[in-house]
Write a protein that binds this ligand. Structure first.
Ligand code: PHE
Ligand code: NA
Length: 518
């Protein structure tokens, strides 16, 4: 007899946890980067297309999968995929899909989080550097960032503070740990973001030069560049769907994991939609209104003088090309310095916002691995959280010591998210059977999903996901990935598959022994 599985205690707790899962650095850093670098406002056309044709349907598929697996005591993808594939296949063939799901989800929750945790650690450090004024009197904030990164003791200190807190939260369990933490952190996150947005707009043209204002920055990201979209249609579509998967936490296994703590008759249709809406508000409205408008308002202070001399278009071009992850830690601090004492406060608020956003996402990956140890391997949650700590520590070493490793693994992950999303549909809709999927989606549902969404999910979404996948794979393997990244990826995929095999075998070994095929 199985002991009772943990469950979300309250509806609001569940929704905030799911929103926390989705809302992350993707909203505040990755999204503005993608918009600025892909045709500005024109990017939003493929973006919304991907949201409605991929994001929302895959979100529903993952909620259905998670609740279904949870009914049988599973919060990991190996056994869940196995059970769903069993609807159409004999055990031996279903096993293959279980291994694929388990391998991909394990690789994401280990590798993606291994560098994501470092980025969150940087944010923790920079909250501290802002409030203490550490970078306020330096010659260059970019050099300051470099020297921070080369101080590995300091990097691991802030990483450690973050991950110990994660371990504590996850160790307390789902309803008594994660749910309580997000109930405090998520409302604060929205408050921080709203304060920053209001402040950014109130700044106007802080340098007293009307051509550089936060409104100009806002216009810059939102004015549609149709020629760019036409000329780069394929790559922009790829970027848009990649952003949708990343920002909604799809193709990772963590939406399923959170949904596995639902009761069998708890709503998934409206809750899935609520998760998407909360994330999109935090992305399109809040995420687009802080960093880029700030950068444009202070352009003369961050754009190199020789570029600035060529005029404002060249300066905007420079911002869109240089706006990236590092930008948050190199150029934005420079802007906070310009604000004087207020900059200490608003700088700290910005990095604390990133820290909260990252923390409440990372917690989901942390819980996936903890659940895996707990349910599949019988290791207690408390012990499990510290094993996960060690796993992340070890996987963080190449992130800190090998140049380029972070970006390479990140490039692979973007590909892998789409791949797992495709298998979500193959297993959770095709093999599970579209009618079963539709019935499950409406079990306990608080809304009725229009029938045409069934066909979007069955046919349109998988085509949209599959088309670009093959083109990118060869480039990734032949051009992008170095050996350390390749070794880490292959190792995590293999360990994930072995783990899934063990988990499935342990529980469903008898039917697998029967030797039936197909
Ligand atoms: N949805 C998250 C984001 O926008 C992605 C993520 C989730 C990354 C969990 C890491 C861990 O940032
Ligand atoms: Na997000």
């Amino acid at each position: 007899q199985m002991e009772q599985r943990d469950k979300w205690a309250t509806k609001i707790g569940l929704i905030l946890a799911m929103a926390g899962n989705a809302i992350g650095l993707g909203n505040f850093v990755r999204f503005p980067t993608q918009v600025a670098g892909n045709g500005g406002g024109a990017f939003m056309v493929p973006y919304f297309l991907a949201l409605f044709l991929l994001g929302i349907p895959v979100m529903w598929v993952e909620w259905v999968q998670g609740r279904y697996g949870g009914k049988y005591g599973h919060g990991t993808l190996g056994p869940t995929f196995y059970l769903m594939a069993r609807e159409s296949l004999k055990p031996r063939s279903a096993l293959i899909f279980g291994l694929i799901g388990g391998a991909l989800a394990f690789a994401t929750t280990t590798l993606l989080n291994s560098y994501y945790l470092h980025l969150i650690g940087w944010s923790a450090a920079y909250s501290w550097f802002s409030i203490s004024g550490a970078y306020f009197n330096v010659e260059s904030t970019a050099k300051f960032f470099e020297s921070y990164l080369s101080n590995h003791g300091l990097v691991f200190l802030f990483w450690g503070i973050t991950v110990v807190l994660l371990a504590i939260a996850v160790g307390q369990g789902v309803s008594k740990g994660i749910e309580r933490w997000v109930k405090v952190m998520m409302p604060l996150l929205y408050v921080f973001a709203v304060i920053l947005v209001i402040y950014v707009f109130a700044l106007g043209s802080p340098l007293g030069q009307p051509q550089w204002s936060t409104i100009k920055g806002f216009e810059f990201i939102w004015s549609p560049n149709w020629t760019y979209l036409k000329e780069h249609l394929w790559s922009v579509m790829l970027a848009a769907s990649g952003q949708i998967f990343f920002t909604l936490s799809l193709g990772m296994g963590i939406i399923q994991n959170y949904a596995s703590y639902l009761g069998p008759k708890d709503d998934v249709a409206l809750s899935g939609l609520a998760t998407v809406s909360l994330n999109e508000f935090a992305e399109v409205v809040l995420g687009g209104s802080i960093a880029v408008p700030l950068a444009v308002a202070y352009a003369p202070k961050i754009v190199p003088p020789e570029v600035l001399a060529k005029g404002s278009n060249a300066a905007l071009q420079w911002i869109s090309e240089n706006f990236g992850l590092g930008f948050s830690y190199t150029s934005l601090p420079n802007i906070f310095v310009q604000m004087g004492t207020a900059g200490r406060f608003f700088g700290a608020l910005w990095f604390l916002l990133l820290w909260f956003a990252g923390f409440t996402s990372a917690i989901a990956m942390y819980n996936y691995l903890t659940a895996l140890l707990e349910e599949d391997l019988g290791i207690s949650r408390k012990t499990g959280t510290w094993i996960v700590f060690i796993i992340y520590f070890l996987l963080g070493i190449p992130v800190v010591y090998i140049n380029g490793y972070l970006d390479q693994v990140d490039a692979w992950i973007s590909f892998q998210l789409a791949l797992l999303a495709l298998f979500d549909i193959i297993v959770g809709v095709w093999l599970f059977k579209p009618d079963n999927f539709w019935k499950e989606l409406h079990e306990g549902a608080l809304i009725n999903v229009p029938e045409f969404y069934k066909w979007i999910t069955v046919i349109i979404a998988p085509i949209f996901i599959a088309l670009p996948l093959f083109g990118t794979f060869t480039d990734l393997v032949s051009k992008t990935l170095g050996w350390p990244a390749k070794i880490a990826i292959i190792a995590m995929l293999i360990i994930g598959a072995i783990e899934a095999y063990y988990a499935i075998k342990k529980k469903y070994g008898e039917e697998l022994e029967k030797n039936e095929v197909i």
